[in-house]
Ligand binder design. Structure first.
Ligand SMILES: [Zn+2]
Length: 130
């Protein structure tokens, strides 16, 4: 595993969701990278996210990756983090019971969501809760 991925999962295991902040331009990158997404500087430092975000849109997947099929349909959406970046991930509490429910749910957006770490099939993932 690459060092940055290892560090990401090690932090999740300790309950910390980290991104990287550029010390040159101040931009925040999430998920963390060794370079700034805005100015390509390598002068970045790891920083925990606030966990606050805004749900921009969501839908569901009826055909997730094979090891997750028993969880389908899984609500997925785009969250704009308080720190700036957008992140595509699982959304807890979003109604995906029918096409109508998804349309209706999206009409009520944007809403505030909160990050949480979930252990799924032995892997820590970052989800957001509506
Ligand atoms: Zn930068």
């Amino acid at each position: 595993m690459e060092p940055i991925a290892k560090k990401w999962y090690d932090n999740l295991g300790q309950g910390k969701i980290m991104g990287t902040k550029c010390l040159d331009c101040g931009a925040f990158t999430f998920p963390p990278l060794t370079v700034c997404r805005k100015c390509n500087s390598r002068n970045v430092q790891w920083q925990e996210i606030s966990g606050k975000g805004t749900l921009i849109m969501y839908s569901s997947t009826i055909l997730p990756a094979k090891k997750f099929t028993k969880y389908a349909p899984i609500p997925y959406g785009i969250v704009k983090l308080e720190e700036g970046p957008c992140f595509f991930t699982k959304i807890e509490g979003a109604d995906v019971s029918s096409t109508e429910a998804i349309i209706k749910g999206n009409e009520q957006l944007p809403v505030e969501v909160k990050a949480e770490i979930q252990k799924v099939e032995g892997v820590n993932i970052v989800a957001f809760r509506k």
